[in-house]
Design a protein around this ligand. Structure first.
Ligand code: KIV
Length: 275
């Protein structure tokens, strides 16, 4: 006998327009990753606005050292599960490593995430060179989030997970990438592990919402890997992670504390940011 996840949230579903309005009104967007229906229902009930089925599932679910082995079938499977747990939150799914080498391949794979998985947006680890892919997806009705800054799928090129956009030339290039990708139709930008001042500048220069992870407080919203903020991940967490289970006795309360801290701006604090 098992307990079925129940989600009684009857609030209006979040749409891209809701997220754009939150940016315009200065209401911070609270976002987390999820990989299954039970956690999806907990996050939805706690008021998380945007849920990502991230290829971080390669690390936290599958136990791989990187996201490189994750396949489109893996993400489709977990997206379906998460979609069953949601009523209100907007669902975004990751395009895994090598699933968007050409516009045609990207559209086939994004189509699977939306049609089979139930995603409402896809995320790809982009740069200005992906502009034709983003254009093709958005022209075909696929909302796209462009993931800039640290792109974990590039781990073997980068030799690790270093801070991005540190020097003026790299910062300038990242700002240009964000503007170019917005021009080609990206509906959201995600910035990972970049200095606070650069993230703030990009957020001010683009109209679409900017979600940060390790990008400081001056962006439109925050995202964390669920298992990190629940303190499940073993070892030393990244600088930008806060364990929201401290002082609470349930995952639902930890997630509610995260939503509150994102909304009131108390997370991320200076110790979680790169200045
Ligand atoms: O895969 C993932 O979980 C992500 C987050 C780190 C934003 O891309």
């Amino acid at each position: 006998m098992y307990t079925q996840p129940v989600n009684t949230n009857d609030a209006k579903p979040v749409t891209l327009a809701t997220l754009a309005k939150m940016k315009a009104e200065g209401v911070k967007i609270a976002s987390l990753t999820a990989y299954d229906a039970s956690f999806a229902a907990v996050l939805d009930g706690a008021g998380v606005d945007l849920i990502l089925v991230g290829d971080s599932l390669g690390n936290v679910i599958q136990g791989h050292p990187t996201t490189v082995p994750v396949t489109i079938d893996d993400i489709v499977y977990h997206t379906k599960n998460v979609a069953r747990g949601l009523k209100r939150a907007f669902l975004m799914a990751d395009m895994p490593f090598l699933t968007y080498p050409t516009p045609g391949a990207a559209l086939d794979n994004a189509g699977r995430l939306m049609q089979e998985g139930g995603a409402k947006m896809v995320k790809l680890e982009g740069s200005g060179t992906q502009a034709d892919i983003v254009r093709y997806l958005t022209d075909n009705g696929v909302p796209v989030c462009a993931h800039l800054g640290l792109r974990p799928q590039f781990v073997h090129k980068l030799g690790g997970y270093p801070l991005q956009g540190k020097d003026p030339a790299a910062a300038k290039a990242m700002l240009k990438d964000a503007q170019d990708l917005e021009q080609t139709g990206a509906d959201m930008i995600l910035l990972e592990k970049v200095p606070t001042a650069l993230a703030a500048k990009i957020t001010a220069k683009v109209k679409v919402p900017v979600i940060g992870i390790g990008a400081g407080p001056r962006v439109d919203g925050q995202i964390l890997v669920l298992y990190d903020m629940l303190g499940i991940t073993p070892g030393k967490p990244a600088k930008f992670v806060r364990n929201f289970m401290t002082g609470v006795d349930s995952a639902a309360k930890g997630v509610a504390a995260y939503v509150k801290a994102v909304r009131d701006g108390s997370y991320p604090a200076p110790e979680h940011s790169f200045d």
